[in-house]
Ligand binder design. Structure first.
Ligand SMILES: [Fe+2]
Ligand SMILES: [Fe+2]
Length: 252
């Protein structure tokens, strides 16, 4: 586990504060934590889906992209053969997938979409078994604040979105590891089981950002790293999976 986490911790500019862990392990916060976690998994899938849609296809063909449901039906890890061969597709979809095949964004993103949808379903099952209803929980400031810094022209915009994706995935991974020992056995085991894929997702996003930029992105990564750390370590009145320092504490 340490091997898996070392690059994640190195990538992030700060560790999750103990005060957040204290809050997250409080049984009174469990339903908020799980509902928000479910929302995050769903949003991760939707974000990747919209990146594929926006950046893999010419405008006139975007409407042909399969709906999110499609990814649930794909078998295992989407090797090329599985995407292009195993499915029964109409001619239009085959044309789209022939185009997608040429785009380096596709395979890591499709795998990511599948995995996030699977995580989403796993969280829902856990909630169901604990009698926690999937009610409305507003989103935290975290992703929204990061996204306000996305540049408005291409390819800078997609590069920034992918760097942000890398930070969200890395922070999720770090938090799963941090909180797992403090939860009950079933939840702790579940959170540890998510580490490997989240660590890969952060690396996939980072590699894609580099690929799309076609130049060194370390300055931009450092820029978002500092903003991300500020969001994690500054007081945040709202407790969520990616929230900052709980306001009842005063240090980070
Ligand atoms: Fe996930
Ligand atoms: Fe992920």
């Amino acid at each position: 586990m340490d091997d898996l986490l070392a690059p994640v911790r190195q990538f992030l500019h700060c560790e999750t504060p103990d005060e957040w862990v204290e809050m997250a392990r409080d049984p009174a916060q469990l339903s908020t934590l799980l509902i928000d976690h479910a929302n995050c998994e769903n949003k991760a899938a939707l974000t990747a889906h919209s990146l594929v849609r926006r950046y893999c296809l010419p405008k006139g063909k975007r409407h042909l992209l399969p709906q999110l449901e499609f990814y649930r039906e794909l078998d295992a890890i989407p090797e090329k053969a599985e995407i292009l061969g195993k499915r029964t597709m109409g001619e239009a979809s085959l044309t789209v997938f022939a185009e997608l095949e040429r785009n380096p964004l596709l395979f890591p993103m499709v795998r990511l979409i599948q995995e996030e949808l699977h995580h989403f379903e796993q969280v829902l099952e856990l909630m169901q078994s604990r009698g926690i209803a999937y009610g409305p929980v507003s989103a935290s400031r975290y992703a929204r604040s990061l996204l306000t810094h996305v540049r408005t022209y291409e390819p800078a915009a997609v590069v920034d979105k992918m760097i942000i994706g890398a930070f969200i995935e890395a922070r999720s991974c770090e938090r799963f590891a941090k909180i797992a020992p403090h939860l009950d056995e079933e939840l702790g085991r579940f959170y540890v089981s998510l580490l490997r894929s989240e660590a890969r997702h952060y690396q996939d996003y980072l590699a894609l950002a580099e690929q799309y930029a076609g130049e060194d992105i370390s300055e931009r990564v450092a820029f978002f790293g500092a903003i991300e750390a500020e969001l994690i370590c500054s007081p945040d009145p709202q407790f969520r999976f990616h929230s900052g320092l709980p306001v009842r504490s005063d240090s980070c």
